[in-house]
Design a protein around this ligand. Structure first.
Ligand code: ZN
Length: 102
């Protein structure tokens, strides 16, 4: 069978499941050709990496004890410290921050 890619609009062949399997054949029509599927997969992978990174950044700043740093504005901290904190990844090596709130 052939169908049209939702991304590049090229016609492409796809494998249709055996009708004897009792599956709804319309559920198996792919949306993207192989090349566009790979691009979509990579885009989703990148989005997940970005989302994870943002989550790490947010988690750190959310988990800083509020009573210690509740008046701290990230914009007023040393940029190198902020960048180190934001690029830190969860692992066996922890991360600590000391200093007066600003
Ligand atoms: Zn395509």
């Amino acid at each position: 069978m052939t169908t049209k890619c939702h991304e590049c609009a090229e016609e492409f062949e796809y494998f249709e499941p055996d009708p004897n399997m009792g599956l709804n054949k319309y559920l198996f029509i792919p949306r993207y050709c192989e090349s566009c599927f790979d691009k979509q997969t990579e885009k989703v992978r990148q989005d997940i990496i970005i989302a994870k990174k943002e989550k790490l950044e947010n988690d750190f700043w959310n988990e800083v004890p509020k009573e210690l740093f509740h008046d701290t504005s990230i914009g007023r901290l040393n940029a190198i410290i902020v960048s180190t904190i934001n690029s830190w990844k969860h692992g066996p090596k922890g991360l600590g921050m000391m200093g007066k709130s600003g």
